[in-house]
Design a protein around this ligand. Structure first.
Ligand code: GSH
Length: 108
């Protein structure tokens, strides 16, 4: 399948999706580690894609997303942002609200 189609499918099929370096249990970059901590802190299930294991996604997602770096958090099919935005939203309590509503919608 075309890599852009794969990316679109991943985004469409996962209400909370983190593109990151490594895995939540073993992040391979400080930015991904901090983003994971915040997303995990929301207490809901989330999907992730390790871009170190998926070089084609690493090469193509930044163009598709118009966002140059990783991590990238996608919620309900929309890009939320990277580590800075994720942490800022978490500190304000906004990330918790967003993720809880996204997970709730997917279960409805
Ligand atoms: N300010 C960014 C920092 C993220 C960042 O600089 N990521 C780098 C290092 S992990 C990156 O993705 N570089 C491109 C790449 O490695 O493909 C954020 O908030 O997420």
């Amino acid at each position: 399948m075309d890599i852009i189609e794969t990316i679109k499918e991943q985004i469409a099929n996962n209400p909370v999706l983190l593109y990151m370096k490594g895995s939540p249990n073993a992040p391979q970059c400080g930015f991904s580690a901090r983003a994971t901590q915040a997303v995990m802190g929301c207490g809901e299930k989330f999907a992730y894609v390790d871009i170190l294991q998926n070089p084609e996604i690493r090469a193509n997602l930044p163009k598709y997303a118009n966002w140059p770096t990783f991590p990238q958090l996608w919620v309900n099919g929309e890009l939320v942002g990277g580590s800075d935005i994720i942490l800022e939203m978490f500190e304000k309590g906004e990330l918790q609200t967003l993720i809880k509503s996204a997970v709730g919608k997917s279960e409805a």
